[in-house]
Write a new protein. Sequence first.
Lengths: 113, 113
Amino acid sequence: SAVISQKPSRDICQRGTSLTIQCQVDSQVTMMFWYRQQPGQSLTLIATANQGSEATYESGFVIDKFPISRPNLTFSTLTVSNMSPEDSSIYLCSATTGPVGYTFGSGTRLTVV
Amino acid sequence: GENVEQHPSTLSVQEGDSAVIKCTYSDSASNYFPWYKQELGKRPQLIIDIRSNVGEKKDQRIAVTLNKTAKHFSLHITETQPEDSAVYFCAARDMEYGNKLVFGAGTILRVKS
């Protein structure tokens, strides 16, 4: 399975600012995903990062708030824009070479103050 | 789209006993069902998975069973140990919408020694 390096591991940000989270995979993967995990909760998919095209967002998530890039088959970024305290959460990227073996990055713990 | 329900939400067992966690899914087209273990502050780790052409799969103390007709699958952990204590998530791959994983709500497993 692919090994994913995610950074930053944590950050404390002022409301109204933006944070970009990066995920680097050690091999080419077919699919990459971004999830949000609230404390004590399950994983909620934000979007599927598509290589060379716009990401596919889930209901309740929009591109203006969570712009995503995927310039190649090993790298993706998620930006959390115009942050508010409600955006405090853990953000996780995931990848798979398909069709099985979805792995996760180590997560970014975001606190908005 | 796919919907996954997971039960129980918490499970306490004595060390050495067995633990069973059950999940149901809604989309009969789903064909891949992984289980993840997440320890506090860590990323979800894939512990076992099963594809829809198989009814059961074992890996040492862990097994997963799948009933396609009833659309449910279960995780079985035998001879539980304190280090099995964690949150366990089931998931199903949504074949209709981009091969994303849809997760259950999670089960907190506590193994008492």
